[in-house]
Design a protein around this ligand. Sequence first.
Ligand code: G3P
Ligand code: CA
Length: 309
Amino acid sequence: MQIRPLAAATTALGTILGFSALWLSAPTAHAAELRHGPTVIAHRGASAYAPENTLAAVDKADDLGIRWVENDVQRTKDGELVVIHDTNLKRTTDVEEVFPDRSPWKVSDFTLKEIRRLDAGSWFSPSYAGARVPTLEQYLDRVSDNHQKLLLEIKAPELYPGIERQTLRELRQGGWLDRYHVKHRLIIQAFSADSIKTVHSLRPDVKTGFLGTPAVADLPNYATFTDQINPNHKTVTREYVAAVHGFRGPHGRPLEVFTWTVDDGPTAARLAEYGVDGIISNKPDVIRDATREGSRAGGSAALAGAGAP
Ligand code: G3P
Ligand code: CA
């Protein structure tokens, strides 16, 4: 486990004072979120500035002061959970050079030992050469070290039977299923309603999100197993956000809307004014600046319509 200097110093301070630095920072961070606009989530990390779904992208989000990161979890041939978006390794690694005879280079056709050999940074920029595809365990450790929060997507769960239980097991082993994490620091989402239902049935206390835009008539059913409806921003209207907010999820609170993927300030300001609860972005700093009080793009109008994070 690598510990970055600032995170290590904060943890050390907590230890000296006799209580957790996480506990120290949590109320302050939460209060700050409440004062400002929608929650901003770094999509695949701050993926406009660092290679997506790498530890460098998590750190970049942290450097920008972004508390939430989103990722994508899949499984290797030998059953290890790794963080990567595409179901094959071509776009974001040098797999075609390292293993030229292994087309179509599916994640599920490679062992973790093989995936560890791949460069997941050079495709983005030479300055990130040598970045690796992280395991979920490594990723969780880094998010923890940075005192960040995680929107974890189970990617293509139909390819990986049992991945929900396995993911929950790794989260528990990494300390992510204690009461504090479950209440404040973790959301699990998927495009598959069945996958989210499975997560909810295995751990009803965990906050969940469904990726998509279900018809309003179907929302009562969704509200039995998901806390969030997370739509592509192109499908979002003011009326849809209000309709989603009109239902209470499995934990008795109004359903939330985290929308994706928004990289420009004016669109973010409009969505904030619609009342979305979260905006998922490759450029989270741009979205934060556009939706906070006094910003030229968002202004107070954005805040007036913003829902609680
Ligand atoms: O978090 C929302 C977003 O990640 C869903 O789309 O394809 O980027 O995983 P995708
Ligand atoms: Ca995703």
